[in-house]
Design a binder for this molecule. Structure first.
Ligand code: UDP
Length: 319
């Protein structure tokens, strides 16, 4: 298939572009490099450095594309609460323009990176796709708004669409890993302590209702995540918008993640307990049963040590 990958210079977008190329798809990456890295665009992809809304109508307009994988987005939960307008503009206004370009060009398939943040504080775990969607951040709200828009486009215009709701993505694939300009995620931050870039990791809360008092999250390997995108492209049906959660199905606490980083790096990691981070739910674990059953997806790297090992190899390659 010939595929347009928006945000293909970012972490998840670049890994997905790589996996698509490995499966002999033709890939065009569009990324404005506002947060991505040009050198992350995999060899073999055509790279257009631009804002997707400026180039999508022309690129897609020749009618040669079989699908769009839309990753380009702002992703910082805290920033989205402080500067929501930036998120509504980038994640919603621009995506609506992209959807219009897709419709006008008659592109048949769309895969959208959605998020567990669409659910907000869960009533029960594991979280299934029919759980109430009550996002607690503008980030989650913007992704949910686009999910609704996609549903209506699929019904009205016959688009074969899939939204994949990611839980905590981690690890690295083929030399491509997490390199955010502002790093807020647990595993890369803990590994920065191992490399000496950071003196300690702050543990946000030790009084959560969990066995060791720290928050539990569902970490999914970025390579497994990429596999699900391929399956989504293959199985999508015209006129349907399917939504799948993607996680490991197993949760790990902040302390368990730090312990894994110590095992993998062979170093002792300095950690200090501090106040809870506002907006953090205690436990987020996905039910990925629907993706496993309907997409035929099978996560392959499910232990926390495998995930951390790949992240560590990537971190070391860049320090
Ligand atoms: N966390 C932490 N210290 C940090 C960064 C994160 O204790 O410096 C915790 C955070 O409170 C959450 C978990 O680690 O419970 C995962 O956070 P992350 O930001 O990686 O992902 P999120 O679950 O917020 O999407």
């Amino acid at each position: 298939m010939k595929l347009l990958v928006t945000g293909g210079a970012g972490y998840v977008g670049s890994v997905c572009a790589k996996v698509l190329l490995e499966q002999d798809h033709e890939v065009v990456v569009v990324d404005d490099l506002s947060t991505g890295n040009g050198d992350a665009v995999p060899d073999g992809a055509q790279f257009v450095e631009a804002d997707m809304v400026d180039v999508a109508p022309k690129l897609l307009g020749d009618g040669s594309f079989d699908g769009v994988l839309h990753f380009a987005s702002k992703i910082l939960v805290g920033e989205s609460v402080e500067v929501p307008e930036r998120y509504w503009h980038s994640n919603v206004t621009k995506t609506l323009q992209l959807l219009e370009a897709i419709r006008a060009a008659g592109v048949p398939r769309l895969v959208f990176s959605s998020t567990a943040a669409t659910y907000g504080e869960p009533e029960s775990v594991p979280i299934t796709e029919d759980a109430p969607a009550r996002p607690t951040s503008a980030y989650g709200a913007t992704k949910l708004a686009i999910d609704h828009a996609i549903t209506s486009y699929a019904i009205a215009h016959g688009l074969a669409a899939t939204s994949l709701r990611y839980f905590n993505i981690a690890g690295a694939y083929a030399g491509l890993g997490e390199r955010h300009p502002v790093e807020t995620h647990l595993i890369p931050l803990v590994l920065q302590v191992a490399t000496g870039r950071r003196s300690e990791i702050l543990v946000f809360g030790n009084d959560w209702p969990t066995p060791d008092g720290t928050c539990i999250r569902d970490y999914i390997h970025v390579g497994d995540l990429a596999d699900a995108h391929l399956l989504a492209l293959q199985t999508a049906q015209p006129g349907e918008h399917r939504i799948y959660n993607l996680g490991n199905g197993t949760g790990f606490s902040v302390r368990e993640v730090i312990a894994s980083c110590e095992r993998v790096t062979g170093m002792s990691i300095a950690a200090r307990d501090v106040e809870r981070r506002p907006g953090d739910p205690a436990v987020l674990i996905a039910s990925s049963e629907k993706a496993i059953t309907e997409l035929g997806w099978k996560p392959l790297r499910t232990t926390i040590d495998e995930i951390v090992s790949d992240a560590w190899e990537f971190t070391r390659s860049r320090t």
